[in-house]
Ligand binder design. Structure first.
Ligand code: AMP
Length: 467
């Protein structure tokens, strides 16, 4: 989504091409900023944010599903460092992309290395593939990753300076079935999260057909130069495809008459694209052809795609949940032997925000079928020990040990969605018993205090009555 940019304020992060040595004394006291004026509380850095406990259950769901989907399609997890050599992104993502030109957090280390916080995951995955000789493994190699990315982007709704991506990469295979399957994986992922989305697809062809198309585009927009803003004139010179992404209404209007890339595709790319669409039709994945979809990273060839949430929310509808495509030249560009590859990533912040907006939940994150309630000092002690018994038996339990009011505890049990509440009061500690309350039926029974875990196991169907 780097392709869809509002004009940027001058970033204070140093642009990659312009790497003057940072103070070598970065680690010494002189390099520390002066003390802040006033004693107000320090706030989170602009564009960064805390993922608070109340939202963690959304993130847990999204992350668990990532793991499940990746394994079920035969992807293996890779974790690459947050910091890479700046050159990786300059060479990988492209020098004249917004990501490298304006958005890279890069600096020189005290040891003189030019490094950057990763703005995306593909370049790192490719670097690792080459560095660790994965070219010699049976191909294709299927990798997935998830983690924070950093872009000195202009903060706004759905756009942060630290954001999370989930990425899938397939290296070492040129077949269009790979492109189609990546789209299918993304579609299934969103569907499993209850997100109604559409994938837009296009083909950028080979670098040659793309270059021819670029020339045609430049000629077209040159003929309309007087109507272009200064920013767009600059784009026309540096990265004309990005004009197609412009939100400027004048460009939108001009686009309608602009040449379309499909008319410039070489035969091989055309056939490849047709196959991708045929595979999608076969599986019944709905897609929209978007002749102006170009994406903001230079490495794409042939198929490109982006997911958009369906719905009324214009803001969300305009910002992609994720995107990807084929990048047949990237491995070679990063020093490996020519290797076709394709991949995509989701912006998880946007995925989570979509789930939150469309599927609000009033329950608190941690859900457990069993809650342990207590009354009085003795009851609390017994309950504390019982909690450990449940944990040892691998049965998730909840509690509110700091509360002494039973009504409050029952309310909390409800919010955790607990069906069974074990109550231990003064009387039960003296009798060596416990009460098990069925919250749905409103009934309760008294059981032997030593057999509480066993009784609950039976109720949860973990053991049969005969055992
Ligand atoms: P890209 O690597 O630019 O293709 O982006 C892939 C996905 O990452 C986008 O579709 C967004 O969902 C997400 N993304 C990109 N930049 C940001 C950002 N600054 N803040 C939040 N999400 C982002």
């Amino acid at each position: 989504m780097s392709s869809k940019k509002a004009p940027n304020k001058k970033p204070s992060a140093r642009p990659a091409q312009n790497q003057k040595p940072a103070p070598a004394a970065a680690a010494t006291a002189e390099a520390l900023p002066p003390p802040r004026k006033g004693m107000g509380p320090i706030q989170v850095v602009r564009g960064m944010r805390d993922l608070l406990p109340a939202d963690q259950h959304y993130w847990r769901r999204v992350n668990q599903l990532s793991d499940e989907v990746a394994s079920s399609y035969g992807f293996e997890r890779i974790d690459t460092p947050l910091v890479e050599e700046t050159a990786l992104f300059v060479r990988g993502v492209g020098r004249s992309t917004d990501i490298v030109e304006k958005e890279l957090y890069s600096w020189e280390t005290p040891g003189g290395e030019n490094v950057a916080l990763r703005p995306e995951g593909t370049a790192s995955a490719v670097r690792a593939y080459v560095q660790h000789g994965m070219l010699n493994l049976p191909q294709p190699v299927k990798l997935w990753y998830t983690g924070p990315m950093f872009r000195y982007d202009r903060p706004q709704a759905g756009r942060f300076r630290q954001f999370f991506q989930l990425g899938f990469e397939v290296l070492g295979d040129a077949d269009p079935v790979i492109d189609a399957q990546l789209i299918i994986i993304g579609w299934n992922y969103l569907k499993a999260l209850g997100i109604d989305a559409t994938v837009r697809v296009n083909s950028l062809g080979t670098p040659e057909s793309r270059a021819n198309y670029k020339n045609a585009l430049v000629a077209y927009f040159r003929s309309k130069k007087t109507k272009l803003s200064e920013d767009d004139k600059r784009r026309l010179l540096k990265n004309p495809l990005r004009l197609l992404d412009s939100k400027d209404p004048a460009i939108q209007e001009m686009k309608a008459e602009a040449p379309q890339i499909v008319d410039w595709l070489d035969e091989d790319s055309k056939a490849h694209f047709m196959r991708v669409l045929e595979y999608l039709d076969e599986v019944g994945v709905p897609y929209q052809l978007d002749p102006y979809l170009v994406r903001g990273l230079d490495y794409y060839t042939k198929t490109v795609f982006e997911w958009y949430a369906n719905g009324e929310d214009q803001e969300l509808a305009q910002s992609a949940l994720g995107g990807g495509g084929r990048y047949d030249g990237l491995v070679e560009q990063l020093g490996g032997r020519p290797t076709p590859a394709a991949g995509f990533s989701f912006g998880l912040d946007r995925v989570v925000s979509r789930i939150k907006d469309t599927q609000p939940s009033s329950t608190i994150g941690y859900k457990s079928e069993v809650f342990i309630a207590q009354l009085g000092d003795m009851g609390r002690k017994k309950a504390l020990a019982l909690y450990e018994e449940f944990r040892a038996a691998n049965i998730p339990v909840c509690e509110a040990f700091s509360k002494s009011n039973i009504k409050q505890q029952m309310e909390i049990a409800n919010r955790h969605g607990s069906k069974w509440v074990v109550v231990i009061g003064q009387k039960e500690t003296l009798d060596g018993t416990a009460i098990i309350r069925d919250m749905e039926a409103g009934s309760q029974e008294i059981v032997d205090g030593k057999k509480v875990v066993h009784e609950i196991k039976k109720k949860l169907g973990r053991i049969t009555n005969g055992e």
